[in-house]
Design a protein around this ligand. Sequence first.
Ligand code: NAD
Length: 286
Amino acid sequence: MAKETIAVAGAGTMGAGIAQAAAHAGLEVLLYDSLPEAWPRARAAITRGLEREREQGRLTAGQPETIVARIHPVTRLEELAAAGLVIEAVPEKRELKRELFRQLDGILAPEAILASNTSSISITELGAATGRPEQCIGMHFMNPVPLMALVEVIRGLATSDATTEAVRALARRMGKTPVEVRDFPGFVSNRVLMPLINEAIFCVFEGVATPEAVDDVMRLGMNHPMGPLKLADLIGLDVCLDIMEVLHRELGEDKYRPCPLLRQMVAAGRFGRKTRQGFYRYEGKK
Ligand code: NAD
């Protein structure tokens, strides 16, 4: 079973989605979270997603239950030892991820691969926290994972060709398209997307337009399927701020300065959809 077993560490928005996509592809998934309440929440989200697919005729009766049964929640990190590959999806905090990589390095089999779903933190640095930097790699899924086609594959300085090929193959097996990029802050996706979102927030901060107007301009004028502020609410404003901080600090240019309004929203606990309030309210209607 070990060969077909992967693990996901962190059962939040992304971890639950990654576990769902992997189980959908027929893999057994160990899903680890440090909070006991994470699993019931993740299971509810996964079940909702799979039920929707069944209603749309993309799954048959009984398939959602079979897929969920491939996901095994665990609460002790040591229980991930059976996995040939771990995808880390804990919050975007450098020290937290470094420490998790260090601990996993001591638990996993020598040939196992350590992948991170980080949005912006250096894969080279995470790899350096382990004794196996050639087996460390970025596997950056997009939100919502079951629906989005891209996996940005990030090679650290030491990442081997074999590790890269194994992760590309896994992404394809999960029905995704892997795109390889180099290890620089924000990679490609967030280096381009986050300044766009940040600038949209500046437009609101400076009174240029309301959130609705900013989003309408980008939707109707640029054909974006979703406005940048609605997207920011979906990603999580806390996550957006964390990524802007990394871009600002590591690329060192003022153009990456997080908007004060973004800081204020996060300080107020308005993280977007997950707290039911961000640039929009989510109590049924916006
Ligand atoms: P989240 O806050 O929804 O989930 C994080 C989970 O990690 C929580 O369930 C939490 O209990 C758990 N956790 C915290 N510390 C832990 C530990 N030490 N060990 C195990 N579990 C722990 O966060 P998210 O939005 O799923 O983001 C996770 C990662 O994915 C981040 O690195 C983020 O940058 C990245 N990412 C997020 C998005 C997005 O749109 N939200 C998109 C792509 C990548």
